[in-house]
Design a protein around this ligand. Structure first.
Ligand SMILES: NC(=O)c1ccc[n+]([C@@H]2O[C@H](COP(=O)([O-])OP(=O)(O)OC[C@H]3O[C@@H](n4cnc5c(N)ncnc54)[C@H](OP(=O)(O)O)[C@@H]3O)[C@@H](O)[C@H]2O)c1
Length: 287
């Protein structure tokens, strides 16, 4: 990774920090001197990672919770608000993929909730704290698989047709549209909002539900990128001084630097924003 500045005094929160790319983000951010907190639903994994990083003298902690449904996200936001005096960096790494259609406690399709609505709601709830903290950054995490998806606003819950890989890809298109609209709505609020658009990476995503072969066939080639390589993009957006002076950057990899028309559809981005607000039970307007 290119030389990164020290992040002393910056308080960073990473979701999905216990595995895969998010864990690599935590491991790369900690040596930069940030006060790092990651979200963990698995206490064993969290304690192991914390112990390993603390042994090296890094300032790391975790908050136990999950992003399964609205109540869990709200409870997390309350914990974060109570535990952290400020919040300078929020990185959305957690995600899921499922072979079968599952619903959460709110009756919402699970992949759509965890990958899109949870980061939407968590961002909405933490935004006032981030703005107060000053020079804050949000990093969204996209996947190049988004390009095979289209949004069907009339069936965001995939009740009519469900295919695990397609639904995951669609949630990643939602990530890009959420990112676009968040940039637009926060432009005058002194916040930097960026998105790392990552290529498929060797992690455990899709292994438990056996969807890795489907993901590989959707890609048409084996997955080679390491989580550490993928994490470098995210850490760069979170830490490099130049990204604190601008907003709205989508940092792609290789050929994936240009977004397709579906990811630049402003009307769809606004529609999705309002629909997400309604599904999460928050106001459409920001503050
Ligand atoms: N892998 C790829 O090919 C790839 C490519 C491009 C972009 N991405 C994106 O990169 C990000 C990280 O993916 P990954 O491959 O690193 O995934 P991963 O290895 O499966 O790790 C996912 C992380 O999210 C956490 N998580 C999942 N569901 C959660 C929930 N309901 N509540 C709280 N935490 C939850 C997991 O916690 P546990 O440790 O408890 O399981 C884990 O820490 C995602 O946004 C993904 O879309 C991945």
């Amino acid at each position: 990774m290119t030389h990164m500045p020290h992040m002393d005094g910056r308080i960073c929160l990473v979701t999905g920090g216990t595995d895969g790319i998010g864990k690599a983000v935590v491991e790369q951010l900690a040596p930069l001197g940030a006060e790092l907190v990651f979200l963990a639903r698995d206490e064993q994994k969290a304690q192991t990672l914390c112990a390993q990083l603390k042994e090296q003298g890094y300032k790391v902690g975790y908050i136990k919770g999950c992003l399964d449904d609205r109540a869990s996200v709200r409870a997390l936001a309350e914990q974060i608000d109570a535990c952290l005096p400020k919040l300078h960096v929020l990185i959305h790494c957690a995600a899921e993929i499922h072979r079968e259609r599952l619903e959460n406690a709110d009756g919402l399709e699970r992949t759509f909730f965890v990958n899109h609505l949870a980061p939407y709601l968590l961002t909405r709830l933490l935004l006032p704290k981030m703005i107060q903290s000053g020079t804050a950054r949000i990093v969204n995490v996209g996947c190049t698989l988004y390009s095979r998806a289209r949004i069907h606003p009339e069936d965001l819950q995939s009740t009519q047709y469900y295919d695990g890989v397609n639904v995951y890809a669609r949630t990643k298109l939602c990530t890009l549209l959420f990112h676009r609209e968040l940039v637009r709505r926060t432009r005058d609020l002194g916040l930097s909002v960026h998105c790392a658009l990552l290529r498929p990476t060797q992690t455990t995503l899709g292994t438990q539900c056996g969807l890795v072969p489907d993901l590989v066939s959707a890609l048409g080639h084996p997955v080679k990128q390491s989580p550490q390589k993928a994490a470098e993009r995210i850490v760069t957006l979170a830490a490099a001084p130049k990204y604190g002076l601008e907003t709205g950057r989508v940092l792609g990899q290789g050929l994936w630097t240009r977004l397709n028309a579906a990811a630049k559809d402003d009307l769809m981005a606004q529609k999705l924003w309002m629909e997400s607000a309604a599904l999460c039970g928050v106001e459409g307007e920001l503050l």
